[in-house]
Design a protein around this ligand. Structure first.
Ligand code: ADP
Length: 446
């Protein structure tokens, strides 16, 4: 097992990884930017190294400063958390070459899955169903021909895309040109890569993703699904596990496809295979995230497995400790992402000082956060304040518990998404589990 892990991240995920390290009796090194001098992850770690100014480009994305910190403190592994460098194949490769273990899959697996068009092709070859579409589209005419071929509506996506960016729907040939231009511009701006690909746009689909655990000895299991259909602009806001529309039989079938997807790239860490599920229960691969995800706690709540600890163990070359048949799902878990955003004003970020902070407590409640009273939500980073996660014996009990926990949450000084979550939970369609990826925009915000 590792002796010392450097955590190349900030916020709640840095603290989450710190806790796992402490339980495994591993020393920790935090890194921090100018804006995070007073941050909790800095205080909780055994050591902390300053890595640059507030701007992420100069600190949390600064490979050379982070690697210097790791070498100087004698760390033997690096946990990248999510976001920042977590899916940067070059970073993983540089870690490998310096003899630092990157806690994640191989750089090749990151690279294959990071290029979405390449990932589509790899999945097709592995026999995993993908959304009807085309991985390689070279010019406007070809785009128009291919779109006709698969039939409108179509979705134009950036090969290097992420976070819902670089994606545009075209409902007919007239809309196509503008959609392509928009997607291209965004792809260039955010990812420095204008490459696009084309998919059939699946209406009223659900986003169902499978948590994977894999080791370096070829063993792969899945920990069941998460339903992340509640999204705004293709970004998740509220997640639950299991999904109310997945029968044990469908779980087995989709789980098998997810394991197959992971095996096809020799996956060897925690990861997530994302699918869209249509109204007829046909499922299609959309992408694989090769890192720990924001919403991993709901899977931990229903399986009792600590995914971060397993991820660290697998990086240390320990064999998986679970066989597929030993993994049991119990009860229901829901996560609400509490962001410093104003839902009344188009979810505009609301940075500032948290003047009052009292999180709900009690049986079945978990709060993953990195803030306390007096903490400042910085405009430099994402606007998440914390994640509120609840567990209940049934979906209904979990919803009730979440409603109560949200109402008890005392958070003042910044606007938050708490009122929005309460609105979703009270929606009769949500209560009946009748949602899809366009539900929020169609039924809650309209
Ligand atoms: P990103 O990496 O930007 O998050 P994804 O490919 O994971 O992009 O897609 C994000 C979301 O966009 C999905 O959860 C879904 O809501 C929507 N989406 C993606 N592909 C399709 C599609 N072919 N049809 C309908 N919706 C889609």
């Amino acid at each position: 097992m590792f002796k010392k892990i450097l955590i190349a991240n900030r916020g709640e995920i840095a603290l989450r990884v710190l806790r796992a390290c402490k339980e495994l009796k591993i020393q920790t090194v935090a890194v921090f930017s100018e804006a995070d001098r007073e941050a909790l992850h800095v205080k909780e770690a055994d050591e902390a190294v300053f890595i640059g100014p507030a701007s992420s480009l100069k600190s949390y994305l600064n490979i050379s400063n982070i690697l210097t910190a790791a070498v100087q403190t004698g760390a033997d592994a690096i946990h990248p958390g999510y976001g920042f460098l977590s899916e940067n194949a070059q970073f993983a490769e540089t870690c490998e070459s310096l003899g630092l273990m990157f806690i994640g899959p191989s750089s090749q697996a990151i690279e294959t899955m990071g290029d979405k068009a390449k990932a589509r092709k790899t999945m097709l070859e592995a026999g995993v169903p993908v959304v009807p579409g085309f991985s390689e589209v070279y010019n406007d005419q070809e785009m128009a021909d291919r779109a006709e071929e698969i039939g409108y509506p179509v979705l134009i996506k950036a090969s290097a895309g992420g976070g819902g960016r670089g994606m545009r729907i075209a409902r007919n040939a007239e809309e196509l040109t503008e959609a392509v231009q928009g997607a291209q511009k965004e792809a260039q701006m955010f990812f420095g890569n204008p490459e696009l690909y084309l998919e059939k746009y699946l209406e009223e689909a659900r986003h169902i993703e499978f948590q994977i655990l894999a080791d370096k000895h070829g063993n792969v299991v899945h920990l069941g699904e998460r339903d992340c259909s509640l999204q705004r602009r293709h970004q998740k806001l509220l997640e639950e596990a299991p999904s109310s529309v997945i029968s044990p039989k469908l779980r087995e079938k989709m789980g098998l496809a997810a394991v197959q997807a992971a095996k096809s790239v020799n996956y060897s860490s925690a990861g997530t295979v994302e699918f869209l599920l249509d109204k007829n229960n046909n499922f299609y691969f959309i992408e694989m995230n090769t890192r720990i995800q924001v919403e991993h706690p709901i899977t931990e709540m229903i399986t009792g497995i600590d995914i971060v600890k397993e991820q660290i163990r697998s990086a240390a070359e320990e064999p998986l400790r679970y066989k597929q048949k030993e993994i049991q799902i119990a009860g229901w878990a829901i996560e609400c992402r509490i962001n410093a955003e104003n839902p009344e004003k188009d979810f505009m970020p609301s940075p500032g000082m948290i003047e009052m902070y009292q999180a709900p407590e009690g049986s079945g409640i978990r709060v993953d956060s990195a803030v306390c009273q007096g903490s400042v939500i910085s405009p430099y980073y994402d606007s998440m304040i914390c994640k509120l996660i609840v567990w209940g014996e049934t979906r209904q009990k979990a919803i009730k518990r979440m409603e109560k926990a949200l109402s008890e949450f005392k958070l003042e000084g910044v606007s938050t998404t708490i009122p929005f979550h309460l609105k979703v939970l009270g929606n009769p369609f949500y209560l009946r589990g009748k949602v899809s990826t366009d539900f929020i925009e169609r039924c809650v915000l309209s």
